[in-house]
Write a protein that binds this ligand. Structure first.
Ligand code: FMN
Length: 197
């Protein structure tokens, strides 16, 4: 087995992968979402805390619940996407640490931290997991449309009321219509973005 990816897999994950806004009318099965999560959960997080929690919004009823929280520019594409993942984060992630980091009392490291610090830690790690999730989705043939243009408080009220979970970002999922893409925007070069010291 080769231990590097070449050519097409790299195109699929990065070079030809795009953020999609227009979706083919092709459903996304729950079994595929499960496979995406099974891969994404393997990516690293601090103390293996894995704070990401996901609600997959698929039914028309749930989409209607999400709609009032969306910025106007995100409504149409989200309503038409086969599935919208709410990438959330459990700010009381430390409750799961006895299971997830069993070789040390990691819960004690976090449980008394101020709420803003817990949220900062959860945001960092759930954002990483959200990125793993998008790469896993691409690896399994799905297209993604991530969005931060929404009202977090409204999403939290509609989907996470009474829990310690807060929304991080949204990600439409499905099979994108590549013929409707805008030209790819530039990225910073290595010289612009990186320094070797
Ligand atoms: C965290 C995040 C939030 C984003 N929020 C929005 C959004 O609210 N609405 C939107 O149309 N696009 C949004 N985008 C899409 C970006 O503009 C897009 O991913 C970027 O321009 C790269 O496009 P490309 O993947 O096609 O190269 C978001 C992307 C990310 C990763």
């Amino acid at each position: 087995m080769s231990d590097v990816l070449n050519g097409e897999p790299l195109d699929l994950l990065f070079r030809k992968a795009r953020t999609h806004n227009i979706w083919h009318d092709k459903p996304v099965e729950e079994s595929l979402l499960q496979q995406v999560y099974e891969l994404a959960r393997m990516g690293p997080t601090s103390a293996n805390m894995g704070p990401m929690r996901i609600v997959f919004v698929k039914s028309p009823e749930a989409k209607e619940r999400l709609k009032p929280a969306l910025d106007p520019g995100n409504v149409d594409k989200t309503m038409k996407a086969p599935v919208t993942a709410i990438i959330g984060m459990d700010v009381h992630f430390y409750e799961k640490l006895p299971k997830l980091f069993p070789h040390a009392d990691a819960k004690a490291w976090f449980k008394d931290l101020p709420a803003n610090v817990l949220e900062y830690i959860a945001l960092r790690n759930s954002s990483l997991q959200g990125a793993y999730f998008m790469l896993a989705a691409r690896a399994l043939g799905l297209d993604c449309g991530p969005m931060s243009g929404f009202n977090n408080a409204k999403v939290d009220e509609a989907f996470f009321a009474g829990t310690s979970i807060k929304s991080n970002f949204l990600c439409n999922l499905g099979y994108g219509d590549a013929s409707k893409l805008y030209p790819r925007s530039p990225r910073l070069s290595f010289e612009e973005a990186c320094k070797l010291v």
